[in-house]
Design a protein around this ligand. Structure first.
Ligand code: LLP
Length: 391
């Protein structure tokens, strides 16, 4: 929801841009801390969701760790002085591993024996011991979009259960590696919490296996994935962290000296961001009308890539009486809302209900704080997208 003053500010700013509501970000972080601190859980921010410096500054001030997936994310996390840095990713390059070793990160989340052997070799050259967690593929269905499901055997991520024994035994022989934990991540935008319950059950079994093989673990990292409400951002601006963390408290069996870690991205930043754009043209098609925006898939690729829904609001509704037409229904007109890029997939939503819309109107594409700005590209030699902050 935007105040009159905010909309006025938008009108004097060139579009498109991301707008970040910093107060909402703070409230979200307060809620997250309140619920996770109840159980002594350690939360890392999955920086891939949004690596904007202003956003990182706010998140860092709440004492979260950083979950990084590239050498550059590690550099950024250490510039911002995040306390703990974890390094995940199925394809860590030698250069990135060296960056991580030089910065003495807390833990490498490792996805194969070959990767662990490379880390061992590079750590040896630097006379260092690298702490690692095994990223294990638990084969748990997250019931989310197939492109953002990661914990099934068919996915490229993690060490499969049947190879675990061999990987652990061989890792124990490496001199420059210290095993500190196990790591899981089953997917993203998970709204059915029962998927996390299934994960807990799997982790309990796997923990028994490690205990029976006398491999001590300090870090039980259950990843991220908590979903947000894309349909009703005003009703549910802050995710239900209470139920989320309580579920782990209820179902995850923890041994003495173990800490539970999370890597949360979307749930922290999604709702605080909106992509603000101006209507360039309204064009009548054969069966529908198009609203053509000055923002496109170059600024927000999620609808084109995952067919994801984002609520779209016209912030400057027409003062004129509405045109009558077949597509008109109570409360508005249905439009296909599209961008200016030369691709048919450059579409933010089909048959979206909006008040009658005209050239020059301002539009907000909601819930775009996560995987929005970070996934922007300069395809068609577009300008780099700008950001504006509430404070
Ligand atoms: N940990 C690992 C190992 C991950 O791969 C991810 C996300 C996270 C944590 C954070 O997950 P979150 O809490 O944000 O769900 N671009 C896609 C989402 C890709 C997620 C990739 N991994 C989208 O726009 O929906």
């Amino acid at each position: 929801m935007f105040s009159k003053e905010t909309i006025q500010k938008f009108q004097n700013t060139s579009t498109p841009f991301y707008y970040y509501d910093i107060e909402l970000l703070r409230k979200t972080l307060e809620a997250l801390k309140k619920e996770s601190d109840k159980y002594g859980y350690v939360v890392h921010y999955a920086m891939k969701a949004n690596a904007n410096d202003e956003i990182l500054r706010v998140i860092k001030s709440f004492g979260l760790g950083a979950d990084c997936v590239s050498g550059n994310e590690i550099k950024k996390a250490s510039e911002h002085e995040f306390e703990h840095i974890f390094f995940a990713g199925v394809g860590k390059s030698d250069e990135e591993i060296n960056t991580a070793l030089d910065r003495n990160i807390t833990c490498f989340n490792c996805e194969s024996l070959q990767e662990i052997e490379v880390i061992d070799e590079l750590a040896k050259k630097k006379n260092k011991i690298a702490q690692i967690a095994f990223r294990i593929n638990p084969n748990v269905n997250a019931h989310t979009h197939k492109y953002i499901t990661t914990g099934l055997e068919e996915n490229k991520f993690g060490i499969n259960l049947w190879e675990l024994e061999d990987v652990v035994m061989r890792t124990q022989q490496l001199k420059n590696i210290k095993i500190v934990g196990i790591h899981f991540h089953i997917g993203s935008q998970i709204t059915d919490l029962s998927a996390f319950k299934s994960l807990c059950m799997k982790v309990n079994e796997i923990q028994n296996w490690f205990a029976s093989h006398n491999v001590p673990l300090e870090i039980i990292n259950v990843g991220g994935g908590l979903g947000v409400d894309y349909h009703e951002p005003n009703k549910n601006p802050i995710p239900d962290f209470e139920s989320f963390f309580k579920l782990f408290k209820d179902f995850l069996e923890i041994r003495p000296n173990q800490k539970v870690h999370f890597e949360i991205g979307r749930a922290i930043v999604a709702q605080c961001g909106s992509l603000i754009s101006k209507v360039l043209y309204v064009k009548k098609g054969v069966s529908t009308s198009f609203v053509i925006l000055d923002a496109g898939m170059t600024e927000l690729i999620r609808p084109a890539l995952y067919q994801s829904y984002h609520k779209i609001e016209n912030l400057t509704p027409s003062p004129l009486p509405r045109e009558r037409g077949d597509s008109q229904q109570a409360g508005g007109v249905r439009y296909d809302v599209v961008g200016p890029i030369c691709e048919s997939s450059d579409c933010f939503g089909k048959a979206m209900m909006l008040p009658e819309t005209k050239r020059g109107d301002l539009v907000a594409i909601r819930t775009t704080g996560a995987y929005g700005e970070v996934m922007a590209s300069q395809y068609n030699l577009r300008e780099k997208v700008k950001a504006v902050y509430s404070e």
